[in-house]
Design a protein around this ligand. Sequence first.
Ligand code: FES
Length: 124
Amino acid sequence: MYSDLVMEHFQHPRNVGELSEGPDVGVGQVGNPVCGDIMKMWIKVTDDRIEDIKFKTLGCGAAIATSSMVTEMVKGKTLTEALKISNDTVAEALGGLPPVKMHCSNLAADAVHEAIKNYQEKHK
Ligand code: FES
């Protein structure tokens, strides 16, 4: 049902945790209206690049795997590059998700985008 990569990220999620709030940290939280699950992301930005990223997800295995994958995809990227990553790209990078779990991938990139927005608001 799940790809090996989804199972691997679910069992060994990368970048779990949180970052202490500060001027160089942006925080984004999104909820999935379909199931009520919640994902929160913290990004630490240096010279317009995501230097560090952490997440906490209260959700299913697919939500945890997509959170983990997106943190790996955007770490080291510029904010502009990270904004181009979509929920679909994250699901594809994981080798796809079963159709019934596609809605679970709707949080990952959105949470990163929200964290970037939060950071940019602080630096207007
Ligand atoms: Fe809620 Fe997957 S069932 S995100």
